[in-house]
Write a protein that binds this ligand. Structure first.
Ligand SMILES: C[S@@+](CC[C@H](N)C(=O)[O-])C[C@H]1O[C@@H](n2cnc3c(N)ncnc32)[C@H](O)[C@@H]1O
Length: 259
């Protein structure tokens, strides 16, 4: 069954519609949440969540991204509900503790760890030094019963995307999870299979729900396709939880709970 169209992210692009649909029962319940967005960047999720009434802390090493985050939050009129903390996700405990005064500035603030109702980690495990320690830090930042929304690149989707873009050698290397250009200065982004992602989540002591495919078709459509955006969003919602479509999506998403 396709998920219902969420209030959260109702205006989001088709490629993230399935993430917002998964988040909807958590963030549209009418209770203000303490949200931590690890690698939240310029606020693509943080600002809409603050507009829904949630308090959002973003940890990101990029000063530029955090400056854009604050600008975007102020423009949306939710600057008081969004705060940026500069630092790495795999050192989150130390980063939040060091910024304790800023993090604990308001009455509704989450403490340095263990108090967040919801943690987002979207498109970040691909680039952190160590996904295992990042997830361990995230698990510690959640309150018992709190939830993690995690999105990563899907290896199968990357293989197909490289192949249809005319790069069969790269696609073959991705299939074996080897670097098609070893020795380059920037390490290759990590990709994950669904079992690898679920293993990481359970290894951190979290209980994953069903995984979904993110952007099954949206990234395959050219801008000139003429497809109606609302129809593409509906299709994404219908395909996200359905194999074999979800298996070749660009990304993977899972919602997990801290017991
Ligand atoms: C692809 S962007 C994703 C941004 C946002 N989460 C989203 O989904 O729109 C990756 C973000 O991860 C941040 N990042 C890179 N290394 C990181 C680390 N070690 N810990 C936390 N964030 C990191 C980058 O600065 C960037 O903002």
């Amino acid at each position: 069954m396709p998920s219902p169209e969420p209030a959260a992210g109702a205006q989001s692009p088709a490629r993230t519609a399935a993430i917002w649909a998964a988040l909807s029962p958590v963030v549209d319940a009418g209770t203000p949440l303490r949200v931590l967005d690890v690698g939240g960047g310029s606020g693509m999720f943080a600002v809409p969540l603050a507009q829904l009434g949630h308090d959002v802390t973003v940890i990101d090493p990029s000063a530029d991204a955090l400056a854009t985050l604050h600008r975007r939050a102020d423009t949306a009129g939710v600057g008081s509900r969004v705060r940026g903390v500069q630092g790495d996700g795999d050192r989150m405990h130390a980063v939040l503790a060091a910024s304790g005064r800023a993090v604990q500035a308001g009455a509704q603030e989450a403490g340095p760890e263990g108090n967040f109702d919801l943690v987002l980690c979207h498109s970040v495990l691909e680039v952190v030094d160590d996904p295992v320690s990042t997830l361990r830090e995230i698990a510690a930042a959640l309150r018992p019963g709190g939830q993690l929304s995690i999105a990563t690149a899907n290896r199968a989707g990357a293989v197909l995307a490289r192949a249809v873009a005319g790069h069969p050698v790269e696609a073959r290397a991705l299939l074996d999870d080897t670097d098609p250009a070893p020795g380059r200065s920037r390490p290759a982004r990590r990709r994950f299979s669904p079992p690898e992602l679920l293993d990481l989540v359970t290894g951190a002591g979290l209980l994953p729900g069903e995984w979904r495919g993110i952007s099954v078709v949206a990234d395959l459509l050219s801008a000139s396709s003429g497809a109606a955006p609302a129809a593409v969003r509906n299709l994404e919602l219908a395909l996200a939880g359905t194999s074999p479509y979800r298996d070749v999506a660009t990304g993977l998403h899972v919602l997990a709970t801290r017991p």
